[in-house]
Design a binder for this molecule. Structure first.
Ligand SMILES: Nc1ncnc2c1ncn2[C@@H]1O[C@H](COP(=O)(O)OP(=O)(O)OP(=O)(O)O)[C@@H](O)[C@H]1O
Ligand SMILES: [Mg+2]
Length: 506
């Protein structure tokens, strides 16, 4: 039997391919970034063709480096940046335009109009989401309205929609020669078009958005042995491997963190932050600004749901210090720079670059830096940036506790920012609960591998996966309650300063 499982992780900033063994240990990986295309303020695009090329390259390089072939892989899973919208032509295989990325805010008017027309409650009730620029449905509407030829081709079933999982699977399984046009419920639950209860596209929602059913992929369980198809001998694997698992990246991290029981939660710190709480087979509706989403659906079992707190900008605020301000030369330098000062010196930074997501959902917000004085330095700004990651998390944790009644006793974390020890200490201090990071920090790829491996019997059960989880490091809170609450009250004031900045009717 093949000894390993592979995972394609198509992220917002990069694409990686990783190989894991039965113990969930990393055997090999390769990773390549792709271009962030920023044509104007608020717009964020990716080139789907570049993403497919990068995907092929990381698979081939990983297999070559590790001297592995398709026969060594029992299955491959796919995980992906969610919501990012690709539309391409079934006959030519070519995208009609760049992908519109989840952070893109060009659809703010579409989202506001949905609310004004009274559709907000229907979307919240059926899809579990508030109308917002974040989700795919509005992005797809924008493409149908603005890119010549798409609307006509869509009616004829010639223009296909997909998030990047769907785009890659279609290409991996043959593309214009009969590629499979599929997605899973976790990705579909981010479109505003799927009914959370039926796990199928909903006719009423499709009518609200004016989206032809013919352009949508079929929704199949996140983990299944046959439905996603098989990689091709002439593709990057140079052989046939079952594609057996698909999960949106945050749901994959939830699986990688083995949060299989109701009440278990993880927080991933990447481009943005995403806290997911497993709510079991129950669809829990948030009253405090969280999303209801599908956590996973394994085989013919019932779907498992989650409450989600999505934060648009966390790690990408660190990238902004590096790329736009140039005050650090690499992400890890944010730690040494911030460590030069004992506190934030009164500076608060709310990076509402894409408006504010959970728990506020304000597309009229934009970023602010407040509390500046002649005393403020780069170091204070770096510190305020790390604090913004942790305060935004506190906002979401507070909403999660209010919605679920579940008191957090420890926060399980993962993702690139968790390499920042100072940031993790600040997080424990701001929450007043310990923060715990596992040995395998690449939980996103691991979760996709788990979904695929479970489908083909490489792993027999989720119990087996739970035994693979091991703690690497834990941070205990040290800050007194008074200091904690005083800082948080200031943060809330800073958040208020971001609101009502963009006039959506302009
Ligand atoms: N030492 C560090 N301190 C602070 N931030 C860091 C550090 N190292 C990496 N980051 C941030 O982490 C992010 C990358 O994390 P990660 O690799 O988990 O994201 P990603 O999975 O690539 O994101 P995506 O999937 O959205 O592409 C970047 O935004 C980067 O700025
Ligand atoms: Mg990622």
């Amino acid at each position: 039997m093949s000894q390993f499982v592979g995972a394609i992780d198509q992220g917002t900033t990069s694409t990686r391919f990783m190989v894991f063994d039965h113990g969930g240990n990393e055997i090999a990986r390769h990773q390549l970034e792709h271009e962030q295309i920023l044509p104007q303020a608020g717009w964020v695009e990716h080139n789907p063709t570049e993403i497919w090329e990068r995907t092929r390259a990381v698979i081939e390089t990983t297999l070559t480096k590790a001297k592995l072939s398709a026969a060594d892989l029992a299955a491959v899973g796919v995980t992906n940046q969610r919501e990012t919208t690709v539309v391409w032509n079934r006959r030519t295989g070519r995208p009609y335009c760049n992908a519109i990325v989840w952070q893109d805010t060009r659809t703010d008017k579409i989202a506001a109009d949905l609310e004004r027309a009274g559709h907000g409650d229907t979307i919240r009730r059926k899809a579990g989401l508030p109308p917002a620029t974040y989700f795919s449905g509005g992005k797809l509407r924008w493409i149908l309205d603005n890119v010549p030829g798409v609307a006509e081709d869509a009616e004829r079933g010639e223009a296909l929609f997909g998030t990047t999982d769907t785009w890659l699977i279609w290409n991996l399984t043959g593309g214009i020669d009969g590629g499979a046009h599929l997605t899973d419920p976790t990705n579909a639950s981010r479109t505003m078009l799927m009914d959370l209860e039926t796990l199928d596209w909903d006719q009423e929602l499709l009518s609200i958005f004016g989206i032809p059913r013919a352009m949508l992929p079929d929704i199949v369980p996140s983990s299944n042995p046959g439905l996603f198809g098989t990689t091709l001998a002439n593709g990057p694997f140079h052989g046939e491997v079952p594609l057996a698992g698909v999960l949106g990246d945050q749901q994959a991290a939830t699986v990688g963190q083995v949060c299989f029981r109701p009440g278990e939660a993880k927080n991933t710190y990447g481009t943005g932050n995403f806290l997911l709480l497993n709510t079991g087979e129950e669809v829990v509706r948030s009253k405090h600004g969280l999303l209801t989403t599908v956590a996973y659906q394994f085989g013919d079992q019932k779907p498992v749901y989650a409450l989600e707190g999505s934060i648009a900008v966390t790690g990408s605020a660190v990238q902004w210090l590096r790329d736009q301000l140039g005050i650090i030369s690499g992400a890890s330098q944010s730690e040494s720079l911030a460590a030069q000062v004992q506190d934030n010196g009164g500076v608060y930074f709310v990076p509402a670059f894409s408006g504010l997501f959970a728990p506020y959902w304000r597309s009229d917000a934009r970023g602010v830096i407040v509390g500046l004085s002649r005393y403020s330095t780069n170091a204070h700004l770096a510190r305020a940036t790390l604090e913004s990651v942790c305060y935004q998390t506190r906002d979401v944790v507070a909403a999660m506790q209010a919605d679920s009644g579940v008191e957090l006793d420890v926060l399980r974390v993962d993702g690139g920012v968790t390499a920042n020890e100072l940031c993790m200490q600040i997080q424990a201090d701001f929450l007043g609960v310990p923060v715990s990071r596992p040995v395998v920090a690449e939980t996103t790829a691991l979760g996709a591998a788990y979904a695929a491996g479970l489908a083909v019997g490489f792993w027999r059960s989720t119990d087996e996966l739970e035994q693979n989880w091991q703690e690497d490091k834990r941070w205990e809170p040290t800050l007194g309650e008074q200091d904690r609450e005083r800082g948080y009250a200031r943060w809330k004031k800073a958040v208020e300063r971001t609101l009502d900045w963009i006039d959506l009717d302009e």
